[in-house]
Design a binder for this molecule. Sequence first.
Ligand SMILES: *Cc1c(COP(=O)(O)O)cnc(C)c1O
Length: 426
Amino acid sequence: MEKLYESLGISRPVFSFAEGILEGLAQRFAEIDRMAEYNQLKVIKAMQESRVSAECFQSSSGYGYNDIGRDTLEEVYARTFHTEAALVRPQITCGTHALALALSANLRPGDEMLSVSGKPYDTLEEVIGIRPSCGSLAEYRISYSQVDLLEDGSFDYDGIRKAIGPNTKLVEIQRSKGYQTRPTLSVAQIGEAIAFIKKINPDIICMVDNCYGEFVEELEPSDVGADMVVGSLIKNPGGGLAPIGGYVAGTKACIERCAYRLTSPGLGREVGASLGVMQSFYQGFFLAPTVTACALKGAIFAANVYEMLGFKVVPDGTEDRHDIIQAVEFGFPEGVIAFCEGIQAAAPVDSYVTPEPWAMPGYDSDVIMAAGAFVQGSSIELSADGPIKPPYAVYFQGGLTWPHAKLGIMMSLQRLYEKGYVKLPC
Ligand SMILES: *Cc1c(COP(=O)(O)O)cnc(C)c1O
């Protein structure tokens, strides 16, 4: 084994250091396997109850009327998330699109959107109009306000009470940390916040940005009162196989409005051809619980490796997990770049290219991204990215298999070691 690692470029000190870290993680990994088992059963049960059949994998074209595969898949999602309905489509191009859809479908001029988990994900800034943009919610006279999380990462209940006004129509909660170093919110915390908000005004729509959170815990935010959960199929629920897509699962009324917005008033969910992607959507969703578990193992391994080397990691090496993202704060840009180079070098695809920071659309600083993915930009596949700005943190996620996640982290350490940014016992 060590020889094979060596032939892939992993030196002896890195190999020994990694193996040493792993010895302490057996118990954690067993707990993750247990979670995967629970969520795997949940998905199988939903597929059985929805009577998924081989017919569901047929392709439809044109209008896509009576597409049984599409309609049944939406039933599978609704049963898994325990919601009344779901919209799961290749026509929803990504997570940002799914979130923009859920927001624009459910807000009207004069309404206010309130984020209670601080600044939303970077790409939502233009959707909302925090950074002015063409077609933003702000242009449609939908206002926005925000309550930051407290210092310790918990909800600011006093602040939320004060911020809710007569025009507050929708509250957004972002489960995952995104490009921030705050802790990720647990489903239990999200449930408490929703209960608090509904007590003030039961008509407020509670929407959770569920990106990266699916199948990490036994419960999803929709189990604790969320009216809508929203996510991307090139993250956890696509299981690495979905080539595109996003989903919104929630109440019948919310999902109906999303469908009318996605296609058109009157047409709603009746149209939308599935264009041959159905088998990958089903099979990816089937694999998603175990794929998520592999990604989680990688995140925990990375946390323990870099924590041992003295870097700040969020979450830390022992904390419970609520999403698959691992942040490592290097404090200097070269650390972020070397880490990403290592992840890239471990990939099955495009391993020979060197990632470089660039000005990506939707982000306000240069961003470096490492991904040698089968699906472009897929971040349930092993990937790492980081904005080149203080505190120079890298955000690492994914790994369709645990051995690949392990190799990626070892390779990142190898790069940092070669460049002299870390010292290892020999
Ligand atoms: C990835 C992500 C998004 C956006 O999803 P894309 O598919 O990249 O558009 C939104 N919110 C959070 C928390 C995310 O992690």
